[in-house]
Structures are given as structure tokens and as C-alpha cells.
Design a protein around this ligand. Structure first.
Ligand SMILES: Nc1ncnc2c1ncn2[C@@H]1O[C@H](COP(=O)(O)OP(=O)(O)OP(=O)(O)O)[C@@H](O)[C@H]1O
Ligand SMILES: [Mg+2]
Length: 270
């Protein structure tokens, strides 16, 4: 088998926001073509920050992120050939759809990236129509994205990325806010994309859907370090690891007179 192509190489990546808030500390890992990786960690551990860095929206404060060998910097992204290649290959679904949607209509929103890529208008129209149909949102085409419901906005954000047909999909909590039917549609779509050779990086809190969407996990600690880079199976069998990452927690229950403790995933309601 030929060696897999390395897409991302993150070396000792550190990031602090301009106000001084630390968000990532000495994070190193690599991503190969076709990988399916979940990024896990409690609220505020740095998942969204990491995805923004991998999308080149911000630069590390220290350390380096290379994409196919080229450091991701404001400068390299301004280079017409690298910038264009990177933008065509990498698509990002934001956690907050409001921060992503800015066009006057849903149609224009989904057409935006294919137009930026310079596709002929006929091809753009076909792609947009197909994607809206796939997501069951063709009826929203003329609506203003900012006036949609939360779940509708998320579908539009997903449509925007699918219409680009990127090789690498960065997805920040893509399942949150979708109804059960859309959740299973999305999980299935992600599986098909993986089978088609796409690379997927997904930040999620949804532990019970993990086996459907990831083979490997990166776990960020509350201190913003990389606690683990393991196969999904290895990580899920390590209760100690999951507890220390805050992904499982001990909870006291009263059953009649008896009180005992259980381990819980965060997706459960108490
Ligand atoms: N624009 C910002 N300015 C300052 N600090 C920020 C900003 N965005 C995030 N942070 C801080 O950076 C840290 C990491 O935030 P990040 O959004 O990456 O976490 P997360 O793992 O995605 O959390 P969640 O599960 O809630 O989405 C947090 O302490 C957060 O408060
Ligand atoms: Mg986040």
C-alpha cells in the first residue's frame, strides 16, 4: 500500500487570544489523508480554537501548523496559488452558524464558495440546487439566512461546505441542534464522505455517535493541552482518561435508601 499523504502537521501549537486568554498549549499531532478524527474536550478546552487555526482563520501564537508542507500563515494564505489550493481543499462548518452566514439569501450563501472557486454559473446552479435538495432545504432558497431557525441555519452552513466539495471537512459540533432525522442523515453523509476518501475533523460532545463518525480521537484537557491522540477504541476503553478529560463524570444517585455512584457520559440528562 502506498504511504498515506500527510495533510496537517501541527508542531507545539500554542494559542492565546488577544486579551491574553490561553486556548491551546503545546499541541502536536498529524493528520493524514482519509483520517476521521474527533476532537473531544470539555467546554472551553480549545476545540473551536483548534479548528479555526486548522482553517487558517488565525495564526498560532507559537509553534507551527503545516498544510501539505507549507506553514499556514496570513502570508502563505495570501500567496495566490497556495491560498487558492487551501481554500478549495478545506471546508469549515462553524459552531456558531450566525458567524458563518452573511449572504442575503440561502441560495447566494450556498453559491458563494463555488462562485469564489470560479466555477461556471451553470455548474454553480446545479451544485446549489443538488445540495439544497439533499439537505431538504430547497424551500428555503429565497429566505434570508439570519431569519432562519437554529437548525435551519445549521443545515445551510453544512450545505455551504458540501457545495464546495472540499477534501478536508472541519466540523464544529455539526450535529448539535439538528432533529433526529437530520442527525442520522448527517452521520450517514459523513460516512459516505469518508468512504469517498475525504478527511474529517469533528469537534463534538456527542460520545454515543462517535463510533459512527471517527476512528481516532484527539482529547484536549481543561488546561488546553493534548491529553491523548489515540484510536477511538483505545480511548473509549480508558475510563480514567475520559474522567480526567471531564468527558465522563461520577454522579451520585439516590435509589430509595441506597446511594451509589455511576459513570455518565455528558450526553445523558440527569
Ligand atoms: N474571541 C475570544 N476571545 C477571548 N477568549 C476566547 C475567545 N474565544 C474563545 N476564547 C477562550 O478560549 C478558550 C477556548 O475556547 P474554545 O471556544 O476553543 O473552546 P471549545 O473547546 O470549543 O468550547 P465549547 O465546547 O464550549 O465549544 C476558552 O477559555 C474561551 O473562553
Ligand atoms: Mg467550541
Amino acid at each position: 500500500m502506498p504511504a498515506k499523504e500527510m495533510l496537517y502537521d501541527c508542531e507545539k501549537v500554542r494559542f492565546a487570544y488577544p486579551d491574553g486568554t490561553p486556548a491551546l498549549t503545546e499541541v502536536s499531532f498529524r493528520i493524514w489523508r482519509g483520517d476521521r478524527v474527533a476532537i473531544l474536550g470539555v467546554n472551553g478546552s480549545g476545540k473551536s480554537t483548534l479548528l479555526r487555526l486548522l482553517d487558517g482563520l488565525m495564526e498560532p501564537t507559537a509553534g507551527v501548523i503545516r498544510f501539505m508542507g507549507t506553514p499556514l500563515t496570513e502570508r502563505s494564505l495570501q500567496n495566490p496559488s497556495f491560498g487558492r489550493l487551501f481554500r478549495q481543499r478545506v471546508g469549515f462548518v462553524f459552531q456558531d452558524a450566525d458567524a458563518q452566514l452573511f449572504n442575503p439569501t440561502v441560495w447566494d450563501e450556498v453559491a458563494f464558495a463555488p462562485r469564489q472557486m470560479g466555477l461556471p454559473e451553470g455548474e454553480v446552479r446545479t451544485r446549489v440546487a443538488d445540495t439544497l435538495y439533499l439537505l431538504g432545504i430547497a424551500h428555503l432558497a429565497e429566505r434570508a439566512p439570519f431569519r432562519l431557525s437554529g437548525g435551519e441555519k445549521r443545515k445551510v452552513a453544512i450545505a455551504c461546505v458540501l457545495s464546495m466539495n472540499p477534501d478536508v471537512l472541519l466540523l464544529d459540533e455539526p450535529i448539535a441542534g439538528l432533529d433526529p432525522r437530520m442527525q442520522s442523515w448527517l452521520v450517514n453523509t459523513l460516512r459516505l464522505l469518508h468512504e469517498a476518501g475525504k478527511t474529517l475533523l469533528i469537534a463534538t460532545h456527542n460520545l454515543h455517535l462517535l463510533p459512527e463518525v471517527a476512528d481516532r480521537v484527539l482529547i484536549l484537557s481543561e488546561e488546553h493541552t493534548l491529553l491523548a491522540d489515540r484510536t477511538l477504541q483505545e480511548a473509549m476503553e480508558d475510563t480514567q482518561l475520559l474522567v480526567s478529560a471531564g468527558l465522563l463524570h461520577e454522579h451520585l444517585h439516590a435509589h430509595g435508601d441506597a446511594v451509589h455512584s455511576h459513570l455518565h457520559g455528558h450526553e445523558h440528562h440527569h
